[in-house]
Design a protein around this ligand. Sequence first.
Ligand code: ATR
Length: 328
Amino acid sequence: MIKRTIGDSRPLNAIGLGCMGMAAFYGKPMEEADAVKLLQEAVDLGVDHFDTAEMYGLGLNERQLGAAFHDRREKVFIATKFGPKMDANTGQRLGVDGSAANAKRALEQSLRFLNTDHVDLWYLHRRDFSRPIEETVGAMADAVKEGKVRNIGLSEVTAETLRAAHKVHPIAALQSEFSIFTRFIETDGILDATRELGTTLVAYSPLGRGMLAGWSKDWQANGWDFRASMAPRFAGEALENNLALVEEIARVASDLDATAGQVALAWALQRADNIVAIPGTTKLANLRQNLGAANVKFTADTLARLDALAAKVKGDRYDESGMKSVNG
Ligand code: ATR
């Protein structure tokens, strides 16, 4: 097991669990009893970092975590996020509210849903472009002073925003999409900035939303699924192109006696020693497999084969409106 810290945390398993898919975006939400079972089994397997957000199922995901962890709170590091507003009836996005009033409201709700008196890591989920980052981070810092939040994080922001925020309060974590297929943090100076500031880079969608871990052309959405309608990388010619690239990952994996998903996770963790990955899964067998990634080691040749792939990926990771909300 590789261990890494986030802010003032104890050393945590570098492979955490992204919980979004249990409640939203990837088909039907899990039944609460199933989600609780999986979350508790994850703890038993050594997972201690769980990532959720206000917007994942409009509180459903936080409530799943609250039900699973209320009696084992000291064993888990819980990260949640606020900012994006959604219509409770239609699920339509209503922009981002990084005001002090919304921060206060969201945190009280998260604490209630999560069944806890503190959040270990509290992120601004997306930048609110209508106000300076300093204002939002200042409001988040007040929650640290009150003892309700242990560490502050940002998600999908530029190196410049990270540096400005860090002057107001130390930023323990920056969460960005990072995988063999999505490497902008290495070229935009973001990863360098996190290393310089002592910020942990939390890599989300390290499995490329499942594409790098055994996605098949025969895949059918089970209920509303983001990948079926809002992810250009998963559509048409781009999908064909990208699935052909995944075959190369599968070949590397077979040479290493690993799975493609394990190769993808090991690759992300080995890019820098301040990276933790939060693959998402709803299945215990996949969780076990993902945790096995900590043992995968690359030769210079296998790394070079993987490093050559990103430049060949086609299709944006989000649709036009989604792309406007990132790189804030
Ligand atoms: P996100 O951060 O958005 O959750 P991700 O971690 O890159 O994205 O990938 C999550 C997807 O990979 C999920 O669809 C998950 O499906 P299951 O819930 O069915 O597991 C899939 N996934 C995760 N681990 C996997 C594994 N070991 N094998 C196959 N698919 C896996």
